[in-house]
Design a protein around this ligand. Structure first.
Ligand SMILES: *[C@@H]1O[C@H](CO)[C@@H](O)[C@H](O)[C@H]1NC(C)=O
Ligand SMILES: *[C@@H]1O[C@H](CO)[C@@H](O)[C@H](O)[C@H]1NC(C)=O
Length: 505
């Protein structure tokens, strides 16, 4: 297949009208270039919402931790204390009322955060579909509970507000679906569940709601051949109505994370702290403990603005996107502390967005906790799929994310090589900052800026222009250090990672 080269040529001539024909095998699927909107967007909002939002207790995995192989004692106690004997998980569904749900309010909150894409759960592992699926009889948001097409209404509101892409999360497996159990008991030699549920549901979702993102999950117990992932993606990328713009993550079968997909999501809250050449995503929670909106959440559980900007900076400087989860309540609201925190991120991005959207990693990713992104003054003749920008004195603009106020107001940046023409400025603040070279690196005095002039109380961006031309390949550097394999796979994972399937949080 010569697909990649062909697409590249066509897109350089900016007449990308046709799409390639992809074959149902990873080799062919892997040649598809990443639709450029996704890398440019950098920041999206995730939303976990479903029947688990009714108990809203402990975890979105409530049902599994209640009725699964190792029940959680807290959940057993909670059910015994608060519900009549015989109350089933299905009895929660009519209580998923969403009577206060206004999709326009959701869209406004998403927009206020500065996010460029929105990813609500279309179907979580509980199997309840937030759209009227023909393959989920009486276990969907129109037949029971809200009696509304939540996905359809959200899509319309999000696209209506402009500037935000719409897609959804979709769980391949369902914990307690009997068809799935039967296939599993047969060691996945039969595919009844896939043929009758998951596959037709994905086709139904794509045809009816034309997503720009399909965020697959719940794949890990069975191989991609069981899920028919290659066949599905070949259709999605070639013949589906979203063939041109859709992006997908990497959860398409056991053992495949970090191997295939438009972007890699690895494990939840993936934050490697170094560059990865394939586009990746850090999906994390606004509430440190929960994907759903928990009724036991306290203010201290919610990430601070500084923590969120730190995650954004660490992620985008290493070629990732940040997908930040803000779930909804059973009655259809986004709670005020989420709304407020998201609008704080948006206010920060309104000043500093120049350092975020449409940037690329730089040749250096960070100096301690100062993280870098970059832009080129001219992108003439530059490969749009380049992983990072080269450092050229004339052409490269570097943004330094300062996440802690430095001692005595003096920032020391070993990776910054100053020339006589170097200019430094804090975004959102007029006037040049002095930059001098020292043995330890460039020194930028930000104490010159008066307290009342500071555009933020918690995180700042310094724009640096005309730094010395420097040749350095950060990907090769990571390969040499043994942090990346020669084909770019990360070998050092941070200990923060967890996979929600393996922990009761
Ligand atoms: C199940 O299938 C896998 C993969 O085909 C195989 O390696 C394994 O031995 C099978 N297990 C049983 C119990 O049949
Ligand atoms: C960049 O950050 C990583 C991860 O936090 C750290 O291990 C590394 O030492 C930092 N690099 C520099 C040059 O400060």
């Amino acid at each position: 297949m010569c697909c990649f080269g062909l697409i590249l040529l066509i897109s350089l001539a900016s007449t990308l009208n046709s799409v390639c024909a992809y074959e149902p095998n990873w080799k062919s699927l892997d040649t598809r270039p990443l639709p450029t909107w996704y890398d440019e967007a950098k920041f999206g909002i995730f939303c976990h919402w479903g029947v688990f939002s009714v108990p809203a207790f402990k975890a979105d995995w409530f049902w599994y931790f209640w009725k699964g192989p190792t029940p959680d004692p807290d959940i057993l106690k909670f059910m015994e204390k608060n519900y009549k004997p015989g109350f089933s998980y299905g009895d929660f569904a009519p209580l998923f009322t969403a009577e206060l749900f206004n999709p326009t309010t959701f869209a406004k909150i998403v927009k206020s955060s500065g996010a460029k894409y929105y990813v609500p759960t279309s179907k979580h592992c509980e199997g309840f579909t937030n759209w009227p699926s023909a393959y989920s009889w009486n276990w969907n948001a129109v037949d029971v509970g809200p009696h509304r097409d939540l996905i359809g209404e959200l899509r319309e509101a999000i696209l209506g507000i402009g500037g935000v892409h719409f897609g959804f999360y979709f769980s391949q497996y369902e914990w307690f679906n009997r068809l799935y159990w039967t296939d599993k008991a047969a060691n996945f030699s039969s595919q009844t569940y896939v043929n009758e549920v998951s596959y037709p549901q994905m086709v139904e979702l794509v045809n009816n709601y034309k997503p720009d993102i399909l965020w697959s999950d719940g794949d890990w117990e069975a191989a991609d051949t069981y899920w028919n992932s290659e066949r599905f993606l070949a259709w999605l990328f070639t013949d589906s109505p979203v063939a041109k713009n859709v992006v997908v993550n990497d959860r398409w079968g056991a053992g495949l994370t970090g191997k295939h997909g438009s972007f890699y999501s690895f494990s939840d809250h993936f934050d490697p702290g170094h560059i990865i050449p394939h586009k990746w995503e850090n999906c994390m929670m606004l509430d440190k403990n929960n994907w759903m909106t928990s009724r036991t959440m306290t203010a201290a559980d919610v990430h601070t603005l500084n923590e969120l900007i730190t995650q954004l900076a660490r992620t985008i400087s290493c070629n990732g996107n940040l997908l930040l989860n803000a779930g909804a309540t059973h009655d259809g609201r986004i709670i005020p502390i989420f709304e407020e925190r998201l609008s704080e991120v948006g206010a920060w991005l309104a000043v500093n967005g120049e350092a975020v959207y449409k940037t690329k990693p730089w040749i250096h990713q960070n100096d301690s906790n100062v993280w870098y992104t970059s832009k080129l003054r001219s992108t003439h003749n530059k490969n749009p799929y380049r992983v990072y920008n080269l450092q050229n004195e004339q052409n490269t603009i570097v943004y330094a994310f300062v996440l802690d106020w430095p001692k005595n107001g003096k920032l020391i940046l070993p990776s910054i090589q100053v020339t006589s023409r170097t200019r430094a400025q804090m975004l959102g603040c007029k006037g040049a900052l002095s930059v001098v070279s020292s043995q330890d690196g460039a020194v930028i005095d930000i104490s010159q800026i008066g307290f009342t002039q500071l555009p933020s109380l918690t995180a700042w961006v310094i724009k640096l222009e005309y730094l010395a031309t420097e040749v350095f390949d950060p990907v090769n550097d990571m390969i040499e250090k043994g942090w990346l394999t020669t084909d770019g796979f990360p070998l050092r994972y941070s200990t923060e990672h967890h996979r929600r399937s393996r922990s009761a949080n």
